[in-house]
Design a protein around this ligand. Structure first.
Ligand code: CP
Ligand code: NVA
Length: 339
């Protein structure tokens, strides 16, 4: 019997494949309840704090809606509107918030910050994205892939773009734990950290999957079931890096040729937000400056039937709900279908 009550959710490296699958199954149960209009306010009277030192649409909305659906209150602390970091240390913030809240979400910069928060907090801490990891996104991605293919083990996921950052790292960890073959298909400079890749090769040896790092687009994406990409410049990185990223990563843009090379079964995923047109301020500015109409993915692929990005975005909410419920401790009665 799996019991995650009281656990922090900082990176999927801390969880066994069985624990990860348990949370995905729980998310699927919550999704089914939500679709049927069945209330599931199992945590009435509890409250969660949501700290965002970087901006967000999906993660913030998912935590807020999920908290509300579970009967909880949610307090949002925006990148500027609190004392965190400037007047109050992470350790002090953790101890203050633990006296008022039952769980704390944190989105920010270094992984060591969310770890410090978790060390000093007496309640579960959930990582809503750091430079190194984006674990809540992983459960949504895996739920989406499983809904589409009916399984996870044995599938091949090819990640194109900056594989050294949060999305590349987290996908490599998650795929290797759950038995999907992971390919980082990008220029060598953007290959994941070798120590992390070595750890993931050990997970892969247990799950029976593989880790491949390749610069070759055609072999890297051949037969892939999932083609995945992310923005070329992440939140918190300086604008100056755009030029080199565009030069170095344009060969790894997700195009129709890439999808065709993967095969008819392949789906396209992206954590979003995505630069696939000029309908955003940054997309327009950068696009006009460098003469590009799209960046990491073409508009054609993004809008095509193989693109499952909005199913994926919806699943952020169901999976974040499962993460909160599992770590806050699902009441026994709810597991039997009642309250
Ligand atoms: N995918 C994701 O984390 O989106 P937000 O930045 O909008 O939360
Ligand atoms: N790599 C991106 C992911 C956004 C969800 C970033 O950190 O900005």
């Amino acid at each position: 019997m799996i019991d995650l009550k009281g656990r922090d959710f900082l990176t999927l490296r801390d969880f066994t494949p069985e624990e990860i699958l348990y949370m995905i199954d729980l998310a699927a149960e919550f999704k089914a309840k939500k679709k049927k209009g069945e209330l599931h306010e199992y945590f009435r009277g509890k409250n969660v704090a949501l700290i965002f030192e970087k901006t967000s649409t999906r993660t913030r909305c998912s935590f807020e809606v999920a908290a509300h659906d579970l009967g909880m209150g949610a307090t949002y602390l925006d990148p500027k509107g609190s004392q965190i970091g400037k007047k109050e240390s992470i350790a002090d913030t953790a101890r203050v918030l633990s006296r008022m809240f039952d769980g704390i979400e944190y989105r920010g910069f270094g992984q060591e910050i969310v770890e410090e928060l978790a060390k000093y907090a007496d309640v579960p801490v959930w990582n809503g994205l750091t430079n190194e990891y984006h674990p809540t996104q992983m459960l949504a991605d895996m739920l989406t892939i499983r809904e589409h293919f009916g399984r996870l083990k044995g599938l091949k996921l090819a990640y194109m773009g900056d594989a050294r950052y949060n999305m590349g790292n987290s996908l490599m960890v998650t795929c290797s734990k759950l038995g999907l073959d992971f390919v980082a298909c990008t220029s060598k400079k953007y290959f994941p950290d070798s120590a992390l890749a070595a750890a993931c090769r050990e997970y892969a040896a247990i799950s029976g999957s593989s880790i491949t790092l390749t610069e070759d687009v055609m072999t890297g994406t051949k037969g892939a079931d999932v083609i995945y990409t992310d923005v070329w410049v992440s939140m918190g990185e300086p604008d100056e890096v755009w030029e080199e990223r565009i030069r170095e990563l344009t060969p790894y843009r997700v195009t129709r040729q890439v999808m065709e090379n993967a095969g008819e079964q392949a789906i396209f995923l992206h954590c979003l937000p995505a630069f696939h047109d000029h309908k955003t301020t940054i997309g327009k500015e950068v696009g006009e400056k460098f003469g590009l109409s799209e960046m990491e993915v073409t508009d054609e692929v993004f809008e095509s039937p193989c693109s499952k990005v909005f199913d994926e975005a919806e699943n952020r909410m169901h999976t974040i709900k499962a993460i909160m419920a599992a770590t806050l401790g699902m009441p026994e009665a709810s597991r039997r279908g009642g309250e």
